[in-house]
Design a protein around this ligand. Structure first.
Ligand SMILES: [Zn+2]
Length: 254
């Protein structure tokens, strides 16, 4: 086959592929709920309930994660937590909003990240150290791999005081395979942190964080149902990694 003919074919193929992807993106966008960032058929907004634990949560979302919202929990956390926001990016050292927040004297900023010197809610003198300031918790809202990249690219984040859990938690998000068993989703991190702060008198015990977990459980059910429908051919494959899921799973009753 003449090379010129072959290269023309490849160009046409690229153009067609581009338009197919564009149409697919428009279709996905039109079917999406822009509050919880889930498909309208699996919208979680009605399952969420806003709570105010008196902590500001700032979710640092890797820009790649922002495009992959199928299994993300950052937006559900944002809807559930009164004083929370999501900052999307990769380079955060010069992120205007983040720097504004870190410089704001009303906040006591901490980075949610494990480490030998990380504080936990049990840390003696934690309440006194806050000195009336509002705790501002930065959480990496990404897969384990992207979170590691964010830290590598933004080492200043680890210069902030670190906060971690004293409890040992496992995610109920069992169909999402993370390389480390202790890696829990963003919404679970917020939930367990609120619980630990409550146990140590650092957060109002009257606040009920359970609706966060309820919304998360519903997300898992919707997700498993969608995976099962793909396997049964009721729903078309939409991602290349769908092929990895080829076994019908039981939908939990929680
Ligand atoms: Zn929604």
């Amino acid at each position: 086959m003449p090379p010129l003919f072959l290269s023309k074919c490849l160009v046409y193929y690229d153009i067609i592929e581009f338009f197919v992807n564009l149409c697919y993106s428009f279709r996905i966008m039109s079917e999406m709920c822009y509050k919880c960032f889930k498909p309208k058929s699996a919208c979680l907004c009605s399952y969420t309930k806003e709570i105010d634990p008196g902590i500001k949560f700032v979710l640092l979302m890797h820009q790649k994660e922002a495009k992959r919202q199928r299994t993300g929990t950052g937006h559900i956390a944002k809807i559930s937590l009164k004083d929370s926001e999501i900052l999307v990016g990769f380079e955060f050292e010069h992120n205007k909003r983040l720097q504004e927040l870190l410089a704001d004297p009303q906040y006591f900023p901490v980075m949610m990240y494990p480490g030998e010197d990380a504080w936990t809610a049990k840390k003696e003198g934690f309440g006194e150290a806050l000195a009336g300031k509002k705790l501002l918790v930065l959480i990496l809202d990404s897969t384990w791999f992207c979170a590691r990249k964010l830290i590598e690219h933004n080492p200043f984040l680890l210069k902030l005081p670190r906060l971690s859990f004293y409890g040992d938690y496992r995610s109920i998000f069992t169909f999402k395979h993370e390389p480390r068993p202790e890696y829990i989703s963003t919404i679970e991190s917020c939930y367990y942190l609120i619980k630990e702060m409550q146990e140590n008198g650092l957060c109002d015990p009257a606040i009920n964080p359970e609706p966060m977990m309820d919304a998360f459980k519903q997300m898992i059910k919707f997700q498993l149902q969608a995976e099962n429908e793909r396997i049964l051919g009721i729903r078309p494959n939409s991602h290349s990694y769908d092929a990895k899921y080829n076994k019908i799973r039981e939908i939990p009753t929680f």
